[in-house]
Design a protein around this ligand. Structure first.
Ligand SMILES: Nc1ncnc2c1ncn2[C@@H]1O[C@H](COP(=O)(O)OP(=O)(O)OP(=O)(O)O)[C@@H](O)[C@H]1O
Ligand SMILES: [Mg+2]
Length: 503
C-alpha cells in the first residue's frame, strides 16, 4: 500500500513539473488557444451537441428560458434530488426549480436529453445601460447529435406549449400594471405584476342572463377562433367597450372575463404613458392570452379627434421633435394622441402577439371620439345597466341564497315593479344585502324600502326636471322670434322633445 502511495505522489510531482514547464514555455494567450483547439477537437469527435439558453438575450428577456424553467418545474419535483423552491409575493403556489448547476434528464419521443441549470456570477465591470441581475443564468441542453433535428423541430415547440399550459392551469394568473411610468426593470420589462385573484365570475355577475350568455359565447368563439382569424386574414384580437353608470359592474365584468378564459390582465394606466412610442413598447411587451384594459378612457388623457390632434400636434414629439422630446403640450407634456391609441388597438402594431382582448371602460360613452367607437375597432359595445329584475334575482341568490321560489309572491311582485324605477346599481343593492346578510328577511325588507325611496325620489326629480326643461324650452322659443304660423306645429314639437328627453 505504501508503495502505491509513493508512486502516486511521484506521479503528481511529475505532473506539477510538466505544468510549470508548460506555463513557462507557453504564454497565457497561447494556452487559451490550445485549450480552445482541444475543446474543438473534443466536440468534433463527441457524439453530443449543446444548446445554451440564457436568461437574458442581449438586452431582452429570453422567453425560452422562462418556458424551460416552467416546463422543468412540472416534473423536477419527482425526479430531482436537489431543488430550489420559490414562492412569489402574494402567490399561493410554490414553484420547484432546478438548483444552481444541477442537472436533470428528460425524455421526448424516446430520446433522452440532459438539462443543466448553469448559474455564474456576473462580472461587476460589465457595462450595461440598465441594471442587470447579479447572476448570469441559463440552461444548457445536451443531446445526441443524431437527434438534433427532432429536438429543434418539435421538442422546443412542445416545451413552449407545455409551459403556456402549465402557467395557465397551475400558476396564478397575473395582473400587470405600468405604474412605474415607463422605466424598465432589470429584466427589461415595463410592466409590474402581482398574482391576479379577483373572485368575480360570470356566475356572480348580476346582469340579464341572455346578455351574459351572449358575451360568454362571444369570448368562447374568440378563444377557439384561431383558424377563423387566420382564414379571414384578421388579427386574432377582439375589442369590448363596457359603458354605463358607476357601480354597474364594468370592472367586475373584466375580472369575470379573465377568470372565464384564464387570461392575464394588463391594466394600462394611460396617464403614466408619456408618448405613442412608449405605448407601442408596452404593447410589444404584453403576452398572448391576455386582456389589455384601459379603464375610464374618457378621463385618462385628453384624447381628441385626429383632425384636431394634427392641428395641435406641431408639438407632438413624434411629428416634429423626435421621439422622447420633452416639449410640453396642452395636456401638460403628455403627448399620447388618439391616433396613437387607435394604432395601439387597431393598427399594424396591435397584432404583435396574438389572442388578445382589448377592453375599454367608460361612464360617459357620449364623450368618446366616434373614431374609437367605429365598428371593427371595438367589436362589442356592452351597456352595463342599472339593476334589472333578472339581475336582482342573481344578487338575491348570491348574497342571501334565495331562489325565486323562496320568496313570497307579493314581495317578488313589489320588487319586480319597483326595481326599474329605482335605478339602483348592483353595487348599491349589494351594499344593502351585505349589511343584512345574516338576517335574510330583514335584508329583503330593507332593500324594498330603499328601492321605493329611490323610485319616489326619481319620480319627483324626473317631473321637476321635466318641468324645468319645459320652462326653459318655452323661454328659448319665446326668444327665437316666434311667428303666428309656428303655433300650428307647437304640440308636435313638444311631443318630440319629450320623446328625446325620455330616450
Ligand atoms: N353587475 C354586478 N354584479 C355583481 N356585483 C356587482 C355588479 N356591479 C357591481 N357589483 C358590485 O359592486 C362593486 C363595484 O363594482 P365595479 O367596480 O365592477 O363597478 P364599475 O362599473 O367598474 O364602477 P366604476 O364605473 O366606478 O369603475 C363590486 O365590488 C361588485 O361587488
Ligand atoms: Mg370600474
Amino acid at each position: 500500500m505504501r508503495e502505491y502511495w509513493n508512486s502516486f505522489a511521484s506521479l503528481l510531482g511529475v505532473l506539477a513539473f510538466c505544468q510549470s514547464l508548460l506555463q513557462l514555455i507557453f504564454p497565457p494567450q497561447l494556452r487559451f488557444l490550445c485549450l480552445k483547439f482541444f475543446n474543438r477537437i473534443f466536440h468534433l469527435f463527441s457524439s453530443y451537441c449543446y444548446f445554451d439558453i440564457t436568461e437574458i438575450d442581449g438586452v431582452n428577456t429570453n422567453e425560452l428560458y422562462n418556458a424551460v424553467q416552467l416546463y422543468l418545474s412540472s416534473f423536477v419535483s419527482i425526479n430531482g434530488s436537489r431543488l430550489s423552491l420559490t414562492r412569489a409575493l402574494n402567490s399561493s403556489a410554490i414553484t420547484f426549480g432546478l438548483s444552481n448547476n444541477d442537472c436533470i434528464v428528460d425524455t421526448f419521443s424516446g430520446v433522452t436529453v440532459l438539462w443543466e441549470h448553469v448559474v455564474i456570477q456576473r462580472q461587476s465591470q460589465t457595462f450595461s445601460w440598465r441594471p442587470l441581475p447579479e447572476e448570469k443564468r441559463g440552461f444548457t441542453l445536451r443531446i445526441k447529435k443524431k437527434n438534433k433535428s427532432l429536438i429543434l423541430d418539435s421538442y422546443l415547440d412542445y416545451i413552449m406549449e407545455r409551459s403556456n399550459e402549465i402557467r395557465r392551469k397551475n400558476q396564478d394568473r397575473l395582473l400587470y400594471t405600468n405604474s412605474r411610468g415607463g422605466s424598465l426593470d432589470s429584466r427589461g420589462h415595463p410592466w409590474e405584476s402581482v398574482p391576479f385573484k379577483h373572485p368575480s365570475t360570470f356566475d356572480t355577475l348580476a346582469m340579464h342572463p341572455q346578455k351574459k350568455q351572449e358575451i360568454m359565447d362571444d369570448l368562447e368563439d374568440f378563444a377557439n377562433g384561431q383558424s377563423f382569424y387566420q382564414k379571414t386574414g384578421r388579427a386574432w384580437k377582439r375589442g369590448y367597450l363596457l359603458y354605463g353608470p358607476p357601480g354597474t359592474g364594468k370592472s367586475s365584468m373584466i375580472a369575470a372575463m379573465a377568470n372565464y378564459l384564464s387570461y392575464d390582465i394588463y391594466d394600462l394606466e394611460l396617464t403614466e404613458v408619456h408618448n405613442n412610442s412608449e405605448l407601442r413598447t408596452l404593447l410589444m411587451k404584453t403576452s398572448s392570452k391576455s386582456i389589455i384594459v384601459i379603464e375610464d378612457i374618457d378621463c385618462s388623457v385628453n384624447l381628441t379627434n385626429r383632425k384636431k390632434n394634427n392641428k395641435r400636434n406641431y408639438c407632438d414629439p413624434e411629428v416634429r421633435c423626435g421621439s422622447g422630446s420633452a416639449c410640453g403640450g396642452e395636456d401638460g407634456g403628455n403627448s399620447i394622441t388618439l391616433s396613437g391609441l387607435l394604432n395601439f388597438t387597431d393598427g399594424l402594431w396591435s397584432c404583435c402577439g396574438s389572442e388578445r382582448i382589448f377592453v375599454f371602460t367608460t361612464n360617459h360613452i357620449e364623450k368618446l371620439d366616434p373614431a374609437l367607437l367605429r365598428s371593427g375597432r371595438m367589436d362589442m359595445h356592452i351597456y352595463m345597466s342599472y339593476c334589472s329584475y333578472p339581475a336582482l334575482k342573481i344578487l338575491l341568490k348570491n348574497y342571501l341564497g334565495y331562489e325565486e321560489s323562496d320568496l313570497d309572491y307579493h314581495v317578488l311582485k313589489e320588487l319586480s315593479d319597483v326595481v326599474d324605477k329605482a335605478e339602483m346599481t348592483p353595487a348599491d343593492i349589494s351594499e344593502v344585502l351585505i349589511k343584512n346578510r345574516n338576517y335574510k328577511q330583514k335584508a329583503v325588507t330593507e332593500l324594498l324600502e330603499a328601492m321605493k325611496t329611490r323610485a319616489d325620489r326619481n319620480f319627483k326629480c324626473g317631473s321637476l326636471r321635466d318641468k324645468i326643461s319645459d320652462e326653459e324650452e318655452q323661454e328659448k322659443r319665446a326668444l327665437e322670434t316666434p311667428n303666428e304660423g309656428s303655433e300650428f306645429e307647437e304640440p308636435c314639437k313638444e311631443g318630440e322633445n319629450k320623446e328625446k328627453k325620455k330616450s
